[in-house]
Design a protein around this ligand. Sequence first.
Ligand SMILES: Nc1nc2c(ncn2[C@@H]2O[C@H](COP(=O)(O)OP(=O)(O)OP(=O)(O)O)[C@@H](O)[C@H]2O)c(=O)[nH]1
Ligand SMILES: [Mg+2]
Length: 333
Amino acid sequence: MLVDHAKITVQSGNGGNGCVSFRREKYVPFGGPDGGDGGKGGNVIFQANEGLITLLDVQKRHFYKAQNGVHGKGSNCNGKNGEDCLILVPVGTQIFDAETNELIGDLIHHNQQIIVAYGGVGGRGNSHFATSTNQAPKIAQEGKPGEKKTLNLELKLIAQVGLIGFPNVGKSTLLSKISKAKPKIADYPFTTLYPNLGMTQLDEWTSIIVADIPGLVKDAHKGVGLGYRFLRHIERTEILIHILDISADPIFQYNTLNEELKLYNEALFKKRQIVVVNKMDIQGSLKKFKEVVTPYFASLRIQPVPISALTGEGITTLLETIKEIKKGAANSC
Ligand SMILES: Nc1nc2c(ncn2[C@@H]2O[C@H](COP(=O)(O)OP(=O)(O)OP(=O)(O)O)[C@@H](O)[C@H]2O)c(=O)[nH]1
Ligand SMILES: [Mg+2]
């Protein structure tokens, strides 16, 4: 199961208190102040790790705390700093303040770190407070308290290409053909319940990550079906492959799904789309494709790519199209 949400509370360590102490030594009548400083509290740090794919492990614990700094001691002994609390999360994790909804961090590279709660500084011991008029100060600073925050974590998968379409159009079948992923495939809607990822080799040097998300239906934005909550996983893709089923009503599917995308997020709707018409192996498909589908899309200046994910027909052309778009995007920078 893909756990792509987690709510946790974090607390950084308190700073240790400074110490009030005086040198007491045999035969030394006027020992001066020798209270050490308190140690600094530990930070709470998030670190992205490409070996993780879900927030499951993070979600299992609700509270994370860094160590407190140790109090200062006599003989000018400073307290030890508290240890940081390091939380490993998958690459693609966004961290929000649960109270304000403010985005605190976006971890997009392996080993990238972000400090979400700083440890309190340690208090200074009385040795810092001696002056010419007060050579025996009985004061020291208290350590500063750490910070406590409740955070919402959201995982947005990092894929370059997203597969979108109505349920049952063959998204998972296509993913299984162009990558080593083994998503569940079946002849009923909503077979895919959580996103699947696969790596596709475009050529010797280029590979891309493709995300297959659960099918979308009309009124998805009102909560119908499953796919809507997973749209965030394709927000960061460069290209969307919009899959239509020739044995259903591809034009209705195309317009309905685009309407849902627009309602979700205008930016997602405006993303580069490759329109793919699947199940071309079914009898009568070619005629329907030539007489109904092609003229309709020609009026929109779109050239759909006919394929059969089942037999593999047209998949090479599809991969070439992806490559061309990626090359074009790279050149335009
Ligand atoms: N004839 C034919 N059937 C196909 C083709 N591609 C997929 N199918 C069949 O269509 C059904 C649905 O395929 P899936 O790949 O599970 O479809 P999906 O879009 O992932 O469906 P959801 O996960 O429910 O959204 C399965 O029975 C597939 O075998 C194709 O090119 N030709
Ligand atoms: Mg599927």
